[in-house]
Unconditional design. Sequence first.
Length: 265
Amino acid sequence: MPHVNRAGVNIYYESFGSGLPLVFLHPWTTNRFIWAFQIMEFARDHRCIAVDHRGHGQSDKPDSGYALTEMADDVVAILDHAGVDKAILIGNSIGGMIAMQTSLSAPQRVLGNLILSSGTNIGANAPPEMAEAMQSDWRGMFSGLLDAAVSQRSKADRPEIGTFMEACFRVENNFNEKVFFASVADPGGVFAWNISEQLKDISQPTLVIAGEEDGATSIEQNQFIADNIPNAEIKIYPEVGHFCQLEQPLSFNSDLRGFIARVTG
């Protein structure tokens, strides 16, 4: 499957099916496999493009360049390479951030955004001890964050979700320490990226989905996005954490189908 090279960095993506293009953008530290319950189902009726962001999966892992604007430009390069004019973007966590940034950087390429458990300026209120924990044991810190990101019900009924998520940032050639600290240090990176004042300029139809038990991005952070993107809608799932597409895939897929219908009229 293809890589696209942009400014010397190879970005990997896979494409399945045909029809209206859907682009799936995964959370930080993970890879395209997090959309396993969506890609093949939706590929029956749509063209599904699943991306490994720079620094993740089978994409290159450069020493720097982890600003959200860079990642949005990667999405546009993938659309060009795949011969796609416009697409619906589906993004979880940093994937949602990339979707929003793409909607600002290249609005003519985006039909709509489904933003799942995301935010902007998410590092603004991080406690000082979080930075200390990152420096001393970033994997241990992130493991604790992951534990808080999965709902109690999912931990009991679907323990494989936590196992998969943990493995993603412990497999060196999927995500590594260099990428972690380069992303954290980037002034436009995952924690520092702030489009609070630009959310009003996102004009595409937008659905925000948030988990009631998400300890990674709060309901308030997701509500802020929904409140400031014109005409955005929000749905909050009970007994769900940060990964609705894994924790409640049938319900999530139903909402995604409804959103596609809304976007396409």
